[in-house]
Design a protein around this ligand. Structure first.
Ligand SMILES: *Cc1c(COP(=O)(O)O)cnc(C)c1O
Length: 454
């Protein structure tokens, strides 16, 4: 058995050549802690009758592991373009530059350069949102969940919020409409049934305690078969007749008609405004293609009330995202070039034939890289999804690589290897293979380069 006495002291390790190199790279505090931790592990191993690894080598491995960011860039080859777990939209170049400038410099965030007096941070965005949506006024908050929360709280605290049973959504576990309503201080009044809600259902629920009617886009499911919902214009008329506001939570909320780019039509934000909603809410980092944010667009008096709500300060945006949003929204002023300038749209509109050609080109190269590890690659067709609650049951034809290997656990094993790469690669498992959907692959070398580290 290896003796405890054979182990070096902390100082011996720190003063050796390996120790000095670790201190130069990681600093004395972190290096000392890593050496101590490694020595503890070595003593425990020896007491358990095993062998201890070289202390300096083990400490260096600990330091290298701790120095690696868990937020390193990766390749999203899942086929879901706006993947919430992978950070949703990739920003456009002008938005990235604007964010970097905002990070590094003082700017007139709440400062009127003409008068030298106080300005408003939302004013940098207000005009653009109004221009692009046709709404009277607009405000921005941390995300769409916050937009819904503050709108409900402002319009219906202590009062009834009427919503169809078919629209009581849950998004990703934490965001459930009934819970948000409760936190906003509203009484949830459910009307209709899961599959059918009629105008008379809303009308019967209206009363002196009604704060608002809420319409929610069913972002991640679709009710099919024997169904009925009250269309937004009709619901707007019911709300108007009763003198209560209609809030339409669009979720993803596109500013452009997706059917121009080969996807199914979804109502745009401008259409939702035109349909008579008093307020519409939507996300910044879904189809819009910007940073995380929540937009509220609609009636000027209601926006003013929201801006006065003390919650607004708690959910306001920082300068970095305001700068990135402004640059993103500006791109929409030139819709003809949006498919080139906005990465989200570029990726969604990418023709399947282009992706198939890339798959055919890459398959032999990837196969050659994987073969020594016992895996094979072949081109395949697959189906991408927009993700983040846009067109939830629609898919977009795509192409990719089908990776296979021996044994039933081959796809899982390969997926684990690809996740562990310095640039992790994430695909999805289907029919006994790991599928890499190439829709979001920026260029061929990004994949071969990442796989070279296997
Ligand atoms: C995504 C979504 C939300 C939440 O938006 P975040 O920007 O993720 O906070 C709320 N409502 C609907 C209908 C959604 O699709």
């Amino acid at each position: 058995m290896q003796g405890l006495r054979a182990l070096p002291s902390v100082d011996q390790v720190l003063n050796g050549p390996a120790g000095r190199a670790m201190i130069a790279a990681h600093g004395r505090t972190a290096t000392t802690a890593a050496v101590r931790a490694e020595l503890d592990a070595a003593r425990a191993a020896i007491r358990a009758g095993g062998r201890a690894d070289d202390v300096a080598t083990g400490a260096a491995a600990r330091l290298d592991a701790a120095a690696q960011t868990t937020l390193r860039p990766m390749l999203n080859l899942t086929g879901t373009v706006l993947h919430t777990n992978l950070g949703r939209a990739i920003l456009a170049e002008p938005a990235i530059r604007a964010a970097v400038t905002a990070m590094a410099n003082p700017l007139a965030l709440e400062f009127d350069l003409e008068t030298g007096g106080r300005g408003k941070r939302d004013d940098h965005l207000r005009g653009l949102i109004v221009e692009l949506t046709g709404a009277e006024d607009a405000t921005v908050v941390n995300n769409n969940a916050a937009a819904v929360l503050i709108a409900l709280n402002t319009l219906a605290q202590g009062r009834d919020a009427i919503v169809s049973r078919g629209e009581l959504i849950e998004i990703g576990g934490a965001f459930r409409m009934p819970d948000i309503m409760a936190r906003a201080g509203c009484r949830l009044v459910e009307v209709g049934t899961t599959n059918r809600t009629h105008p008379r259902d809303y009308q019967a629920a209206l009363g002196p305690d009604t704060g608002l009617i809420l319409k929610v886009h069913t972002s991640n499911y679709r009710i099919e078969g024997f169904t009925a919902e009250v269309p937004a214009p009709e619901l707007a008329a019911i709300a108007r007749a009763a003198g209560v506001p209609l809030l339409n939570d669009l979720g993803s909320g596109s500013l452009v008609d997706l059917s121009h780019y080969g996807m199914r039509r979804e109502p745009t934000v401008a259409e939702a405004v035109a349909e008579g909603a008093d307020l519409v809410t939507f996300s910044g980092d879904k189809l819009l293609g910007g940073p995380q944010a929540g937009f509220i667009a609609g009636r000027r008096d209601l926006i003013a009330a929201i801006d006065k709500n003390p919650l607004k300060r708690a959910v306001r945006l920082d300068k970095i995202r305001i700068a990135a949003l402004e640059a993103t929204l500006r791109l929409y002023r030139d819709p003809d070039r949006l498919v080139q300038t906005l990465p989200t749209l570029a990726v969604l509109a990418r023709p399947a034939a282009d992706i198939a050609a890339q798959a055919a080109r890459l398959a032999p190269r990837i196969d050659a890289i994987l073969a020594p590890h016992g895996f094979a690659a072949a081109p395949c067709t697959c189906a991408s999804q927009i993700g983040s609650g846009a067109l939830p049951v629609d898919t977009i034809p795509s192409a990719g690589l089908r990776l296979t290997g021996a044994g039933g656990d081959a796809p899982d094993r390969l997926a684990a290897h690809l996740r562990a790469l310095p640039t992790p690669i994430i695909g999805h498992i289907r029919d006994g293979a790991l599928i890499l959907d190439l829709r979001c692959l920026p260029d061929d070398d990004a994949l071969t380069g990442a796989l070279a580290a296997l």
